[in-house]
Design a protein around this ligand. Structure first.
Ligand code: NDP
Length: 332
């Protein structure tokens, strides 16, 4: 049966502009890196997407290689879109990326014009779309001129295959160069997608936050440190259905007694604020100027619903809370 979206879907979500662009994103966006591959359950994944949309999450983030198998998350999302959400396409912001290994041979990886343009074409076919809203270069390529990679993004925008361009995983110095090149080509970079969470502060030490200077929006991936910043690991064990149990992108050995102690310290601060650890982790990111959206993942609708509670919560942190958070995070 065809899905009908909740009429109240825009009542409680907040939206922020991507830098100086006219595009707004929900403060919470949903990414399909995990949990949407070939092995995923049709009903669970459809429910997650529709529940997200019902709560004002209009932005869904993909990449050519999301799965497993690579490409399967885009194919799955394309099918859910076609079957359930096709009449809502203009209410959605769908992004994809290329930059990591995707197909064999010299043209299926990194940042050449050849790779980026053919990969975007492949993504559009899998997604069953005429255009994506945002297309990102997924990581910097030290062996391709930045002008070539950024030129490919600008071409995709000119061809109407993407509405906006973005970059991801660039360090501040190269990010600034990329912003300038794109801007000079009349195709401003509207979003920079970076790993940022209470437990991962590289963007702070790299001065990327300063580099954005209001022109480019920041969208934070792995805001819950792949699940570490949730209730999942507080007792120091690794639940059998958790991401750490897979021992791939999140290694089991990461869950050390010291980390668990830090997580419990953070959780105690969250509880005092009347939040769960995941809610506090999201509101802490949203309290930062320059953050457009927090890009979460979820393996169930229940997780998504818990994380959505963060949207209406206070993003004010007392000096004491901030000091406590910094002390705990610096101790790692
Ligand atoms: P998170 O840090 O939000 O981790 C999501 C995982 O945490 C879930 O799959 C689930 O794992 C667990 N989780 C989430 N909420 C809860 C909860 N309330 N209670 C308990 N467990 C919870 O983000 P991801 O690492 O998944 O990244 C999000 C998105 O960011 C990706 O889908 C992708 O779109 C993007 N991304 C971009 C990258 C880039 O290079 N540009 C790199 C990585 C991600 P489980 O239940 O399985 O344990």
């Amino acid at each position: 049966m065809s899905y009908k979206a909740n009429q109240q879907r825009y009542d409680s979500m907040n939206y922020r502009f991507c830098g100086r662009s006219g595009l707004k994103l929900p403060v919470l966006s949903l990414g399909l890196w995990h949990n949407f591959g070939t092995e995923a359950d049709d009903k669970v994944t459809t429910d997650i997407i529709c529940t997200a949309f019902d709560h004002g999450i209009t932005h869904f983030d993909l990449a050519n290689n999301y799965g497993p198998a690579p490409g399967s998350a885009e194919s799955r999302f394309g099918k859910i879109l076609k079957d359930q959400l096709s009449s809502y396409r203009d209410e959605m912001v769908i992004s994809s990326k290329a930059g990591y290994p995707m197909w064999n041979g010299p043209y299926g990886d990194w940042g050449s014009r050849k790779y980026l343009i053919s990969s975007c074409d492949q993504s559009l076919r899998r997604l069953n779309l005429d255009y994506v809203d945002i297309f990102y270069h997924h990581r910097p390529d030290p062996n391709t001129p930045l002008e070539e990679s950024m030129g490919a993004l600008a071409s995709l925008v000119r061809q109407g295959k993407a509405l906006y361009a973005g970059i991801s995983n660039y360090h501040a110095v190269d990010a600034l160069k990329a912003y300038k090149i794109l801007s000079d080509m009349g195709c401003p970079c509207i979003l920079d997608q970076v790993r940022y969470s209470l437990l991962d502060r590289v963007v702070e030490t790299d001065h990327l936050l300063d580099a954005l200077s209001g022109d480019v929006g920041l969208i934070c991936f792995s805001p819950l440190a792949q699940g570490l910043l949730t209730g999942r690991y507080l007792d120091g064990t690794i639940p059998p259905d958790s991401r750490a149990s897979e021992n791939k992108s999140l290694k089991r050995e990461k869950v050390t007694p010291q980390l668990v102690q830090t997580l419990n310290g953070l959780n105690a601060i969250a509880v005092k604020r009347g939040q769960t650890l995941s809610e506090m982790s999201i509101t802490w990111l949203l309290s930062h100027k320059g953050v457009t959206s927090v890009l979460i993942g979820a393996s169930s609708t229940a997780q998504l619903l818990e994380n959505l509670k963060a949207v209406g919560q206070s993003q004010e942190f007392s000096a004491e809370e901030l000091e406590g958070i910094e002390k705990l995070c610096r101790s790692l």
